[in-house]
Design a protein around this ligand. Sequence first.
Ligand code: ZN
Length: 348
Amino acid sequence: MSTMRRHDTIYAVVGSPEARDVVTAPAEKYAARRMRSEAQESRTSFFCSIAVGGCGSKLKLAAGDMRIPYFSHAPQAVCDLSDATARDGYTHLAIQEELKRWIEGTTSLRCDLEVATSDRKGRSDLVVRDAEDTHRLGLEIQLSPLTHAEMQRRSNIYLKCMNHVQWLYGHEEIQACRSQVERGGYAFRVRIDMETKECDLGYFGFHGGGSLQTAWRPLRDWIVRRNGLYSPSIKSVLEEAKAKAEIEHASKPKPPPETYQSIYTGLSEEYGSVLTAEYAAVRERVIAAIYRSARKGQLDESTAVELLVWLRDLTKHSAWWRRQLLGPGRKGPEIVIRVLEVYRSQKQ
Ligand SMILES: [Zn+2]
């Protein structure tokens, strides 16, 4: 199968360049030809979406024998939309539409899309409000990387004209998403099947076994509350995720015996890549104290391994680390003594 030329995409919107109804070219050519003839019969056309930054020109659904079906621009069209931007943009658009359809179809709430913020510098993805407009909930769909600081900055802007803001993350690696788990124990995830438009919301957090997991549920298993989205089946969601984590944990081959050095390096890198600098620094001080004590021979290696493994699986917030493990201790040995005390008291 050949790769796509520039100006070719598998996504389009239907009816007009400003339309928000996203369609995906079916991968199967007969299904694509069917979609094309149905569009012709109903005199509708496909367009490159302006909402996602496309050129707005009319697209043709190509469904030949050689290539997988795609929407093609006219040869003279000038379009800056890259594959990655198109994918994220159309996905974002489709999720917005599905959430709106679901909220308005299952509640008496109103849902507006792309609402300008009071400073006019930004737009909120979805604003959910009651009939009297006494309470507003903002839903933000985040598919691209975002730092915790930027998420907070934007939230503060949104909160000037809303009562609550809830972020729905497309990827669990997004720093702001990790950061929310760190603070509150969980973050919300969102995903959509671009062909069927089935949308799921997920609950991302520590669900057991010390690993981060997302537990997904279809929209029908969620309800919209004043403060945000909520799944009444959250208990079973968590139990399911915990069972999944335990199965994964049990099926993992036993790793070779670890050294305090390798655990320290691994943890250090992990903290640096997924946590904010502030959170990473708190943990780094604790694990570095253990590492250095072991190097100097003040702590035997097997105890250092035991402590680091315990810390690796610990699902406590950074505030807890700071209070319980760092305490007022400034020097490495003081920190190690504290960690040992807490470790022993928890093991009893
Ligand atoms: Zn275009």
